[in-house]
Write a protein that binds this ligand. Structure first.
Ligand code: NDP
Length: 304
């Protein structure tokens, strides 16, 4: 039976570690500060933002939830970022995406001081990560590494294949795996004979954005699968493709009219040695890693 790598347990461990660091910092008169900026009300962002703000409060951070109006301009947002950049009590600035069309997201994200960029999206942090310097790494890929390490999955010397090359998941995940001494291959939509490559993987990271894309024949028996994908499916046809005969999922589908599936077909997990489920895997790590990044930012900024 493959082992389930439970995101909730690992996220709780990370938050516990963060809470201890916060206590140690408090003894030195430091309170990490996180500002979460949420423009307007995108329903899909609502729950994420609430969780981020709530978790940071629970962990003893100074937590600010800033909510500019839907009509805010890029200039007004830049002024807000400049204020937050200058504030001594704020260590991390997070701008929740997506932003309304009139706001230039790239200009805005680039305006965040790199040392306060707890999402790890700033080009300076991407470059520092690449160069092997101290960097704030993006939360989701950093969570992938935490899952592997805390589950005792050996990374050094392993063949790691990352499917997906986005700037926020695929590329940084590959770079972090490389820093952990994996032999890394990055695949994308132009990769030829993808299955032949993924079958070489001891560690297979799927960050594609296509429901159930990785099928059992693409997985080396016993491999560790990290499924980053989060896809919502809401038709009976799609549901049956992935979960036919699964009573638990059937009940969830009947109740909500939709369920989540990762980028890996559930049947492919059966071939693996260990895997992260969806939901309940990588997704749960992202907020924990955001908290860890904020504490890290607080320490780095003060030379601690
Ligand atoms: P992007 O759409 O930015 O990137 C998708 C990548 O997959 C691209 O590099 C693309 O290749 C590649 N790809 C697409 N189709 C194929 C194919 N047929 N064969 C091989 N490669 C393919 O997505 P993200 O990286 O932002 O997200 C990936 C997934 O992770 C999504 O499901 C997203 O919801 C989820 N996610 C989960 C998070 C979490 O907290 N757990 C956080 C962020 C994302 P190419 O570059 O050639 O187009």
């Amino acid at each position: 039976m493959p082992k389930v790598l439970d995101g909730a347990t690992i996220a709780a461990e990370i938050k516990q570690d963060v809470a201890e660091e916060v206590k140690a910092l408090a003894a030195r008169g430091v309170k990490p500060g996180l500002a979460v900026v949420q423009v307007g009300h995108v329903p899909a962002s609502e729950i994420y933002v609430r969780n981020k703000v709530q978790t940071s409060k629970e962990l003893g951070f100074l937590s600010e939830h800033i909510t500019p109006a839907e009509t805010v301009t890029t200039e007004e947002m830049l002024a807000l970022i400049a204020t937050l950049n200058a504030r001594e009590d704020i260590d991390g600035i997070l701008v929740q995406l997506p932003l309304p069309k009139q706001v230039d997201a790239k200009v805005l994200l680039d305006a965040i001081a790199p040392e306060k960029d707890v999402d790890g999206f700033h080009p300076v942090n991407a470059g520092r990560l690449q160069a092997g310097r101290q960097a704030l790494a993006p939360c989701t890929p950093a969570g992938v590494i935490e899952i592997l390490k805390r589950s005792g999955i050996p990374i050094s010397g392993a063949n790691a294949v990352v499917v997906g090359r986005s700037d926020i998941v695929g590329k940084p995940a590959a770079m972090l795996l490389l820093h952990e001494n994996a032999t890394v291959t990055i695949c994308h939509s132009k990769t030829r004979d993808l299955g032949a490559v993924t079958r070489q993987a001891d560690i297979l990271v799927a960050a594609i954005g296509r429901p159930g894309f990785i099928t059992p024949d693409m997985v080396k028996p016993g491999a560790t699968i990290i499924d980053v994908g989060i896809n919502r499916i809401d038709t009976r046809e799609e549901f049956d493709k992935f979960f036919k005969g699964n009573d638990k999922r059937e009940a969830a589908f009947a109740k909500r009219g939709s369920v989540l599936v990762g980028d890996v077909h559930p049947a492919a997990f059966e071939v693996s040695g260990a895997y992260t489920p969806v939901p309940g895997g990588v997704g749960l790590l992202t907020i924990a890693m955001l908290m860890a990044n904020t504490v890290r930012a607080a320490k780095i900024r003060r030379g601690m």
